[in-house]
Design a binder for this molecule. Structure first.
Ligand code: HQG
Length: 179
């Protein structure tokens, strides 16, 4: 079906634009952008989709994962490869949330939230989004509340991606509490 194809194309776009541009024969610039024409060529040859189909994938994406501007496209967050999104630091809401697996707690309690494979720790402004993030994985989940107001006032920087995901270098454990 069309919806299924859109999801598959969207997942492949995330993979290419965040993790492995070379898989599609692409190279991202320093801020993560690539020519839309080149991405279109790669997607058309792999999936037979048209330019309009790809634009529909971008517009219908529930998390607004991609920005298309000036005939260039990039993923808004979630990279593992070395790009600098050049986001400006912003003052966060007083409380942010992070959803994870309960089994991670022992380690998080020891070392705080770390960015792991990505460039930042990903935080949500609402608990529902954190729950969606957490339940991507099997097993019991845990929602952590981040005292972003105190963390910010004590000198930690926050960034917000173009699709509203809050990002931090790390979250030391003193700012975390189970929700
Ligand atoms: C955990 C998806 C043990 C962390 C989602 C998480 C999100 C620790 C995992 C976005 C730890 C990393 C990001 C520590 C952190 N010890 N475990 N010290 N510190 N962790 O996928 O936040 O759909 O890199 O809790 O919706 O799950 O791709 O991060 O469980 O927005 O757009 O290590 O990815 O967005 O996993 O997800 P991830 P995440 P997209």
């Amino acid at each position: 079906t069309q919806a299924k194809l859109e999801t598959e194309v969207s997942k492949y776009m995330s993979y290419v634009l965040r993790h492995a541009p070379e898989a599609a024969g692409l190279t991202l610039d320093a801020e993560g952008w690539v020519s839309f024409d080149e991405l279109e060529k790669a997607l058309t040859s792999k999936y037979g989709v048209s330019r309009a189909d790809i634009i529909a994938v971008i517009e219908n994406n529930p998390k607004k994962r991609f920005t298309l501007a000036d005939n260039r496209i990039r993923a808004n967050q979630g990279h593992s490869i070395d790009v600098d999104l050049a986001l400006n630091p912003s003052e966060p809401p007083a409380t942010l949330f992070h959803g994870t697996s309960l089994v991670n707690w022992q380690s998080i309690e020891r070392e705080g939230l770390q960015k792991m494979q990505r460039h930042h720790v990903h935080l949500s402004a609402d608990v529902e989004t954190a729950k969606i993030v957490a339940t991507r994985r099997k097993g019991e989940f845990l929602i952590l509340r981040v005292d972003a107001a105190r963390m910010f006032s004590e000198g930690h920087s926050f960034f917000v991606s173009d699709n509203g995901v809050w990002l931090a270098e790390s979250v030391p454990v003193q700012y975390l509490s189970p929700d």
